[in-house]
Design a protein around this ligand. Structure first.
Ligand code: AMP
Ligand code: MG
Length: 342
């Protein structure tokens, strides 16, 4: 299959691909998604095939506004509308009770469905023109870092999908925050582009799922099925080093070898002479780190780097999402310097 590159002008052509049961790369503010008509089980099955995605890892349905919620969900609580009013379009996915209209293949048989309204004018126009909710996971091959520009999606998906709409680089850079509204208190299943603090300001108490912060133990059943898989991984193994920036930089510098890659904050870029280096923005700017973290992880592939060390932000604001992606990329291989005497 030849994968076409479309532009933001090609709304009708892109919508026709969805209407015909095809696979379409869609730009969103978080990361690029791999979209198909969410009401067409055969088309949705092809998403799993193209990604090499495990068949028990459900997809998110993308809708153009909150008025579509009732078509696919029942018993929608008032809080869902409050959150939609405040944060949609935007990087927030809500888990809600699912109606029969949603095919099993989208939710992998769960009785809930993840729904979001993405904040990208081109994708919203394509979904409206197609007139169907778009099922879409991130547009990478399963296990790889998520794509934050059309070129990265093409690296993973060329020849596997019908087209990618190039809508420019993603403004947020990490996936949506996932909140489960079917439980009390609401539960954060994945930190993402909307900070936990913003949800707490509306919802009050929010439980943070254990799998956000640590690996699942053997046999433990995750609440967001995607959380049990290794994710976001570049080809070389990653070690994440947490703690104060000066200390983590020193720790990493003492361990540099000929084939070490380093992901660091801008302030420490001068401390790793002669090694393969990717900066992800200032230590004080987690929004910039979010925009750059997946590109940084991807950049070492195809180089001679055999091991990667990464500095890691603390959990405030978008730092929680950046730290989660780095830790998952590392398979939770973490050195915690804050727990060690200086
Ligand atoms: P991706 O967009 O590739 O990050 O994949 C979607 C994420 O949403 C995965 O981590 C899924 O496990 C999660 N997800 C989708 N639907 C549900 C659901 N009904 N309940 C819990 N998690 C979900
Ligand atoms: Mg993904």
């Amino acid at each position: 299959m030849k994968t076409r590159l479309l532009t933001g002008q090609d709304i009708e052509a892109a919508a026709a691909i969805l209407g015909d049961g095809g696979l379409l790369g869609i730009p969103t503010e978080t990361v690029y998604g791999l979209g198909a008509n969410g009401l067409d089980p055969e088309a949705v099955r092809r998403i799993f095939e193209a990604k090499g995605r495990p068949s028990d890892n459900p997809l998110i349905l993308h809708i153009p506004d909150a008025s579509w919620l009732e078509r696919y969900c029942h018993d929608v609580p008032d809080t869902a509308y409050t959150l939609a009013e405040k944060f949609w379009p935007g990087p927030l996915t809500m888990i809600l009770p699912r109606r029969e209209t949603v095919p099993d293949v989208v939710t992998c048989g769960l009785d809930t469905v993840g729904i979001r309204c993405p904040d990208h004018p081109v994708t919203l126009a394509v979904i409206r023109a197609a007139g169907v909710p778009t099922a879409a996971p991130s547009g990478n091959r399963s296990g790889r870092p998520s794509p934050t520009c059309a070129a990265h999606m093409l690296e993973d998906m060329d020849g596997r999908i019908d087209a990618i709409v190039d809508g420019g680089p993603c403004g947020v850079g990490v996936e949506s925050t996932i909140i489960d509204l079917t439980v009390t208190p609401p539960r954060l299943l994945r930190p993402g582009g909307l900070p936990l603090e913003a949800l707490e300001a509306v919802l009050g108490e929010v439980a943070v799922d254990r799998a956000v912060l640590s690996p699942l133990s053997a046999g433990e059943k995750p609440r967001a099925p995607g959380m049990k898989y290794r994710h976001y991984a570049p080809k070389a193994p990653v070690t994440v080093v947490t703690g104060e920036g000066g200390r983590t930089a020193r720790y990493i510098r003492e361990r540099l070898g000929k084939h070490t890659g380093v992901i660091c904050f801008d302030e420490y870029a001068g401390q790793f002479p002669g090694c393969a280096l990717q900066t992800i923005g200032s230590a004080r700017d987690p929004a910039e780190q979010a925009r750059r973290v997946f590109d940084a992880l991807r950049s070492f592939d195809g180089t001679s780097v055999e091991a990667i060390y990464a500095q890691c932000p603390d959990d405030a604001g978008l730092g929680l999402a950046v730290a989660n992606r780095l830790k998952k990329a590392a398979g939770f291989q973490i050195t915690a310097l804050e727990e060690v005497e200086p």
